[in-house]
Design a protein around this ligand. Sequence first.
Ligand SMILES: NC(=O)c1ccc[n+]([C@@H]2O[C@H](COP(=O)([O-])OP(=O)(O)OC[C@H]3O[C@@H](n4cnc5c(N)ncnc54)[C@H](OP(=O)(O)O)[C@@H]3O)[C@@H](O)[C@H]2O)c1
Length: 82
Amino acid sequence: MEQKVLSNGVEVPAQIMLRYLLQQDIVIIPKSAHTERIQENTDVFDFTLTAEEMAELKKLDTGIPMIGNAEDPERVESAAKW
Ligand SMILES: NC(=O)c1ccc[n+]([C@@H]2O[C@H](COP(=O)([O-])OP(=O)(O)OC[C@H]3O[C@@H](n4cnc5c(N)ncnc54)[C@H](OP(=O)(O)O)[C@@H]3O)[C@@H](O)[C@H]2O)c1
């Protein structure tokens, strides 16, 4: 995927995705073993995604759950072993 810089200058993909979830009132629990990333993941409360940016990100949603997709036997098996 092409990396874009938002209208407010933010360009770290993880921050953009965390903010995308937060703006939908979805609770996030970011975890990282790297100090720099922990800081990045915390630093998401001083910018806002525009409605247009939210709509662009929404287009990336394939509608396929990462886990628990009962219609995909491979996913069910990998989730059971997780
Ligand atoms: N997933 C669940 O269903 C679940 C349920 C209950 C509780 N939890 C808890 O929620 C927390 C997170 O769980 P998780 O399953 O989401 O974690 P995870 O997938 O095990 O770890 C997060 C991954 O994202 C990477 N990452 C984090 N920040 C990043 C950044 N800024 N840029 C690029 N990569 C980044 C980390 O890599 P690096 O470490 O290399 O940075 C790591 O590989 C954990 O404490 C877990 O115990 C999760």
